[in-house]
Design a binder for this molecule. Structure first.
Ligand code: HEM
Length: 288
């Protein structure tokens, strides 16, 4: 089955669009490398950008299940494997660029991984990502059995955590992006917990989604305050107060709240659509 076709072999517009979109970061990285202004260490530039896209794609892959359940759009699942594999490929480029920057000196690479905690954590994440990518095919699902496969693939949450810690630890000053990804990971884990406890009905209900959005945003703001307090000794209340000023743009907590409320908005929108189009809604329910 080609990546742009569905199971019946027909062209899938959704998969084709996603596949094309997954090439865009690579094109932008290549453009910067070959046609952009010269940089002192091109391999490090590639390392940074590919690492960033690997984390972003991991977050998008984690968002697929909630989105597909909230929007009642089961076909969205067909894009998840492609996005996950692309995250693994960008991670491979991230690692390779690091090895290139070290002049292919494998002894130095291994010594640095053992000596630097953020590299060790990143390496652990890379091992999990590799295991998930290798076992992502239909054949592997059959070989492992659905239950064992699912249990293995739940490690994506641990992978997300390791990736974010690695990202945090190597940042020198601006930790806004990893803080946002931390908040999103809290939201994804929270969504899963609600799903395991109450099934899809509960997980996609308006009130749990609303509360989850607010909770994830609060944890993000507290996490950010704790980070600045532990790392730079800035009082927690000063960082929390900074959330009330928008002079330098919204703080990570607000962005996580915005995205959490966005998910709630989608659930409301889907309900309105169902109410306005009862016949189509019944057809979709039957298809699901
Ligand atoms: C799940 C695995 C990993 C993910 C998701 C990941 C992601 C990232 C991200 C997002 C950054 C920051 C990019 C930026 O500053 O814009 C980064 C930096 C970096 N990562 Fe990774 N990484 C992973 C594993 C690894 C591994 C295995 C290595 C090498 C052993 C590695 C080496 C580096 C290096 C050298 C930097 C730049 C550090 C600096 O400039 O001071 N990463 N990584």
């Amino acid at each position: 089955m080609a990546p742009w076709t569905d199971r019946t072999g027909k062209l899938s517009v959704l998969k084709s669009v996603v596949l094309a979109a997954l090439f865009l970061p690579a094109i932008s990285i290549g453009y910067g490398l070959f046609l952009g202004p010269p940089v002192a260490r091109p391999a490090i530039q590639v390392n940074h950008l590919a690492g960033l896209w690997s984390v972003r794609l991991l977050m998008i892959a984690l968002a697929i299940t909630p989105l597909r359940q909230i929007l009642k759009w089961p076909r969205l699942i067909t894009a998840r494997r492609m996005i996950g594999v692309a995250a693994a490929i960008y991670l491979g480029v991230h690692f390779l660029a690091y090895v290139v920057d070290k002049g292919f000196d494998i002894a130095t690479v291994l010594t640095e991984i053992v000596q630097r905690i953020y590299l060790m954590i990143g390496f652990g994440g890379m091992m999990i990502m590799t295991a998930l990518a290798i076992t992502s095919s239909d054949g592997m699902i059959r070989r492992l059995g659905a239950r064992r496969w699912q249990r293995l693939h739940r490690m994506i949450y641990l992978l997300g955590l390791l990736a974010i810690i690695h990202y945090f630890l190597q940042m020198k000053l601006n930790v806004a992006q990893p803080t946002i990804y931390f908040g999103l990971l809290i939201w994804f884990i929270g969504y899963r917990v609600i799903f395991w406890q109450g099934g899809v009905t509960w997980a996609t209900a308006i009130l749990p989604l609303l509360l989850l959005g607010v909770l994830a945003a609060c944890i993000t703001a507290l996490g950010e305050a704790a980070y600045f307090n532990l790392h730079r000794g800035i009082p927690v209340e000063r960082i929390l107060q900074a959330n009330l000023s928008f002079v330098r743009g919204p703080r990570p907590g607000w962005i996580v709240l915005f995205l959490g409320l966005g998910a709630t908005g989608l659930a409301i929108g889907r309900r309105i659509w169902d109410a306005v189009n009862p016949v189509k809604a019944a057809t979709v329910r039957a298809q699901n």
